[in-house]
Write a protein that binds this ligand. Sequence first.
Ligand code: NAG
Ligand code: NAG
Ligand code: NAG
Ligand code: NAG
Ligand code: NAG
Length: 746
Amino acid sequence: MRVLVVYFLVFLSLGTTQIQGSNDNERKPYIVYMGEKSPQIQQLARVQHHHLLLVDAIGDLSIAKEARIHSYGRSFNGFAANLLPSEAVRLSEKSGVVSVFPSTIRQVVTTRSWDFMGMPENLVKRNHKIESDTIIGVLDTGIYIEAPSFDDKECGPVPRKWKGKCDKGLNFTGCNRKVIGARFYNLGESTGMDPTPADTDGHGTHTSSTAAGNSVKGASLYNVAKGTARGAVPSARVAMYKICGTFGCSDVNILAAFDDAISDGVDIISVSIGGPTKIFLDDVIAIGSFHAIRKGILTVCAGGNLGPDEGTVGNVAPWIFTVGATNMDREFRTVVKLGNGKTINGISINTFAPKKSMFPLISSALAFNATTYPYTNASACTIDTLQVKKVKDKIVFCKGYSGADYSVRMSHGAGTIISLDDLTTDMASTTLIPTTLVSVRHGAIIDHYINTTKSPQAYIYKSITVHTTKAPVVAAFSSRGPQKVAGNILKPDIVAPGVDILAGYSKLVSITGEPLDTRMNVFNIISGTSMSTPHVSGAAAYVRTFHPNWSPAAIKSALMTTARPVNGEGNEKPLDSGSGLLNPVDAAHPGLVYDLSNNDYARYLCKEGINSSTIAKLSSDKIPHFDCSKFKKGRGSDGINYPSFHYQLGFGESKMSVRFHRTVTYVGNGPSVFKARILTGQKGASVRVVPDALVFTRQQEKRSFRVEVQGQIPEGAINTFTAWVEWTDAKHRVRSPILIYRQGLD
Ligand SMILES: *[C@@H]1O[C@H](CO)[C@@H](O)[C@H](O)[C@H]1NC(C)=O
Ligand SMILES: *[C@@H]1O[C@H](CO)[C@@H](O)[C@H](O)[C@H]1NC(C)=O
Ligand SMILES: *[C@@H]1O[C@H](CO)[C@@H](O)[C@H](O)[C@H]1NC(C)=O
Ligand SMILES: *[C@@H]1O[C@H](CO)[C@@H](O)[C@H](O)[C@H]1NC(C)=O
Ligand SMILES: *[C@@H]1O[C@H](CO)[C@@H](O)[C@H](O)[C@H]1NC(C)=O
């Protein structure tokens, strides 16, 4: 019934625009954000208030009724409605409204990974009782509950604190004791979502199992990457909030999922979705995670896959834990053997092992359909450019286009060797037919072999796993700082493995996502900051099992200050890797934490220029009255007690005179003295820590210090000054990056 009504409205509004022919007359989904909800007001009254606001802005009762999409109100106040721009402006002027902004569509951007980070399965200490009471809320594409990662044989009863729901739908008959909640949100603009919590994409199953999947022995992708697949907290529970359809993930739905997750009783929220550069009050992930952290829930988000360019990182609010991606100490190698016996190493994830010993090999230039595609690149094998009769059942050699496996498959080729000049050896992908990617240098050898041989032949072997020492290195695709929204907060915060991760997958989609691929598997290997994010969500849940009363900021600090060097000590680039590589085991005992309270975030927002009346709405009546005029306006380096140190100089400035004030809380046992050490490979500046020793007599004591950076960023190509401040006592090492950034001329 409801679906029909929605279609009817869409039809009507489409009709209207066609007649009037202007975008300004088309109602589009907007979010009307109204801050923290007042606990004294019942939801029914809240919905009535939303309705009255809408009627007032639209001026017509029945249009207003139809325009309302959804009322938020379990965890914060606001609603979504289809509005004209003029109506949005009118609503933004109403008292009680914080911001009004159009909904946007966002995109979703393991065996070895835990061992790689020093968290071997049997050796690590676990707190099973608390772990099995831990609930990770995952906002994603749904979940394939039949995957062995979510079997509930080993699970006890559902935690009593759980207040969430379980929707049903096609290929999803209900939850179990492992996946205790599953919802789908199909409000607002169309995202091509199937109305079921089932995962028809695979992404959500993969991320959920990385965070909290069972330990599954003998997991592999058709015997590639064979091992034990497991989440960080294998006893924890998963609550899936499906917010993405085929076309992406709409803001209206993301906010609805946060509204529910916060009140359902999740402990950690994991969001592997890209974040646009928007001010906090217009950004649903910033808004949702702000209300989450006020309830003690840490939100972990992907930094994005827009690297290697600088200034690309998203999801950057200081209350978000922002994650970048590294490789691991393993790569997938796919060897090709030529008819002359020569073998060449390439990369890809090739699960095929055809029985035939050799296949005829042809260069795409010789199979190019020149009559119809005179303007395309004859070597690239782009779609529809190959003559079927020339490539059928042959391996095709292509240049410069990594998606060539699809077009060769469409032309009935047996396999493809792709030569790439920008071959980034850090990532391999599954392919539709036997495929290997080779460097241009190796490509030239193959090219020459084809041209000088009467009947050239080749065979592409199944991929093998090889050990590499070039790890951890930040993946090329991982988004980099500096961030552009909250200038003086270093992002990403941390990096975790996100290249070629084996984890759970959905059998409702093929492993390449292509309909003509028939390989359906409960595990798959994929890459992205989407994959590194649930590593951090799971690790945060792991730390929390040892310290259930810690604030989200303390858990985040513990993970950041214990992170390990990336690229090798001395070569680290905090704009790429933040505090370094996730190190879950040491994070359980960090020694010191940089803690933050809810008031600290409010104070930070004051300094960022948000006024007292807006802060009062964000924080309801919990903070009596917050007077922003007491705080110096403008961006200071002392915005917040953050576990990393970042300052962005103005355009063209290179003189540094920066002071950071911080307070650490001692979380170790017994009296201790921490000494400060500054590490920097860069000349031209002095870095001082005052005082450089901190004495603690007991747990929870706080001590303050400041870090002073004086000097010049040398002229030239480098636009950053990097150093590390490290506090150590006999047992702990508490490390933070200091990064001063000079806005360049690029
Ligand atoms: C999904 O549901 C359809 C319809 O009931 C069924 O035919 C199909 O086998 C199911 N797929 C899986 C992987 O369970
Ligand atoms: C070339 O492409 C056109 C258009 O797709 C097609 O009709 C024609 O058969 C192709 N020629 C060969 C030799 O494959
Ligand atoms: C075709 O692609 C190859 C491989 O990337 C490249 O070397 C060549 O310059 C391209 N040719 C044209 C005409 O674009
Ligand atoms: C091989 O032949 C193809 C097609 O004639 C040509 O494009 C290519 O440059 C030749 N390569 C070498 C290494 O001779
Ligand atoms: C506070 O900021 C909001 C949003 O910028 C603005 O609409 C409002 O008028 C401001 N209030 C005061 C008291 O300055």
